[in-house]
Unconditional design. Sequence first.
Length: 191
Amino acid sequence: MVLWGEWVDVDRMDPCKYQCAHCDALVGPDSGYLCDRHGGALGKVYICPNCNRPTYFEMSNDRTQIPSPRYGNKIEHLPEEIEKVYTEIRDCMSHQLYTAGVLLARKLLMNIAVDSGAKEGVSFVTYVNFLESEGIIPKDGKDWVDAIRQAGNIATHKIPSINQELAEDIVTFLEFLLRIKYEMPGRMARK
Ligand SMILES: [Zn+2]
């Protein structure tokens, strides 16, 4: 969704390439606002040419981008509820909240199962078995689901340490699942 309207008194600046956290697009605007101190830029605000929303760059701090771009990729044709959880997982990842991200990954797997016709309120294992028997999880993907099961199993066990690499692998697997289950059929239907 575009923010309709005009930013007042924007300046022409050096173009800056970044992934906009608001709309996910890779953009390279050349207009915005500069925070100047004796000829040096302390901060810059760029306006996204795609969605017209501002992103702030703190120049002293290795060009920190605020809001930071979402981890992973946007997926088309997701049902609203699934998209909400997936976006939240991406937000967790871009803020280094790996345990929270993996817990949500577990929830997302259950959502996918229910959306595919599984009964609500059953155990995680039952959902996983359902996804397998329906062929939604490919045969070679079983190890990944097992990793999600173990990593997200903090209700009855002590909290496991989930490192960045494991969390990233799990989210990449989920992305693949969502593409196969929703995006590819959606594209096909459009044609
Ligand atoms: Zn944007």
